[in-house]
Write a protein of this length. Structure first.
Length: 391
């Protein structure tokens, strides 16, 4: 393909065409600026595995170390109740929307659910984003920023709560010299969790619900798994998170096929050599994860949606650096277990209650932005399983 790359669609199409040449690296131009794109696990491994792009190494390393306890298994278990209750509120909103029509755009509803979860887990703040559907979303998110600035920054800041939130853990974190995070660092990290954490998970969950409608046989398997683990219980228990069999591979295929974070970008701090090519300092280096997830040199029939490709028997199909929805190496997503817990809980509860069918009049228009979304929303046709009303 030659000519001008006008937007993310051209970028993806160009990347897809690059497969045919077998290249592991390609270059596009953004005006006068070259962007080097890493297209293959081999080059991705060189880049990430060797930490070539960590310019602020020591600062990042210190903060990452201080953040790690906030994502410990035992801390994350404490958030299961919050995730269950945000998911219940989400379902009530879905029912409210269904009273007008069974055709529902799930994206805005899901997005508010993940924001509610993040606000409660990071600041113990009940933003009730789902209850305030009519409040301007942007205004509500902006309020998040001021909340933290106005916050008395001390552990146990919120009265009457039984568990520690992310802010508590950041406030008590100390490095070997006994130094903690300063106010600005705490503000930056809570901002990162809140904004990276809710939008990315919303993208995964919304596409995950949409895909249920596209593949009825697969939906049946997801439903059977949810039914066998959760059954008639109202909540998903922490122990259930390890009992699911099909839902984890379904989520993996959603993360591959739709890739919520489609590309990661860095500026190279110094000269780096990739696949024998010298890349000068200051160059932008992209890893278009979406393109790598659809590369036929790595994935068999990548355009087929097939969770079974992740089953134990077929593990050979991909390798660590070929499947990277959460990036890879030391700078991978610190919130991935949090996100997977939230996805398992909300998907299992959703499919236990609703049957999803495609909306015949709707076609998503995929946009590879900071996250993968659809400019036309993500509409599905829903039916409550206990209710015989057809779409
Ligand atoms: C399905 C959901 C999610 C996906 C697909 C995802 C994906 C990613 C990716 C690809 C990166 C690397 C970005 C880069 O190198 O530029 C990243 C980093 C990060 N993510 Fe996530 N993420 C998700 C959920 C979350 C959640 C729920 C949280 C917090 C609770 C979170 C917190 C972070 C943080 C703090 C980083 C920076 C890590 C570092 O630089 O050390 N993410 N995520």
């Amino acid at each position: 393909m030659s000519g001008c790359i006008k937007g993310s669609k051209d970028y993806v199409q160009y990347g897809m065409e690059m497969y045919k040449t077998g290249c592991k690296l390609f270059c596009i131009w953004l005006g006068p600026n070259p962007v080097v794109c890493v297209n293959h696990p081999d080059t991705f491994k060189q880049l990430i595995g060797e930490g070539l792009l960590i310019s602020d190494g020591w600062k990042w390393e210190r903060i990452r170390k201080l953040l790690t306890p906030a994502f410990h298994f035992s801390i994350l278990t404490g958030y299961v109740d919050i995730m269950n209750s945000a998911s219940d509120d989400f379902q009530e909103k879905v029912i409210e929307n269904m009273s007008a029509s069974p055709l529902v755009d799930i994206y805005p509803l899901v997005s508010r659910m993940t924001l509610d979860t993040m606000m409660k887990c990071s600041l113990s703040f009940d933003g009730s984003m789902q209850a305030k559907m009519n409040e301007e979303y942007v205004k509500a998110v902006q309020r998040m920023g001021t909340l933290l600035r106005e916050h008395p920054l001390e552990v146990g800041h919120s009265d009457g709560k039984r568990r520690l939130d992310f802010l508590d853990i950041l406030l008590s974190a100390k490095d070997e010299q006994g130094r903690g995070l300063d106010r600005q660092e705490i503000q930056d990290e809570v901002d990162t969790f809140t904004f990276e954490g809710h939008d990315t998970t919303a993208s995964a969950l919304a596409w995950g619900i949409y895909a249920l409608g596209q593949y009825p046989d697969i939906q049946e398997k997801v439903y059977e798994d949810a039914k066998s683990v959760v059954g008639s219980k109202k909540h998903v228990d922490p122990g259930d998170l390890h009992a699911f069999k099909y839902i984890p591979i379904y989520i993996k295929e959603v993360l591959r096929y739709y890739t919520p974070v489609p590309v990661i970008s860095r500026k190279s701090p110094n000269t780096i050599v990739l696949d024998g090519l010298e890349i000068p300092p200051g160059s932008r280096v992209d890893v278009p994860i979406y393109i790598m997830h659809h590369n036929p040199a790595i994935w068999k029939n990548p355009e087929d949606f097939r969770p079974e490709r992740f089953s134990d028997k077929q593990k050979v199909e991909h390798e660590v650096f070929g499947f990277a929805p959460f990036s890879a190496g030391s700078r991978n997503c610190i919130g991935q277990v949090f996100a997977l817990n939230e996805l398992k809980i909300s998907l299992a509860k959703f499919v236990n209650r609703f049957e999803v069918r495609p909306d015949p009049g709707h076609k998503p228009d995929m946009l590879w932005d900071m996250i993968t979304r659809s400019t036309t929303g993500l509409k599905v046709c829903l039916k409550e399983r206990s209710n015989r009303r057809q779409c």
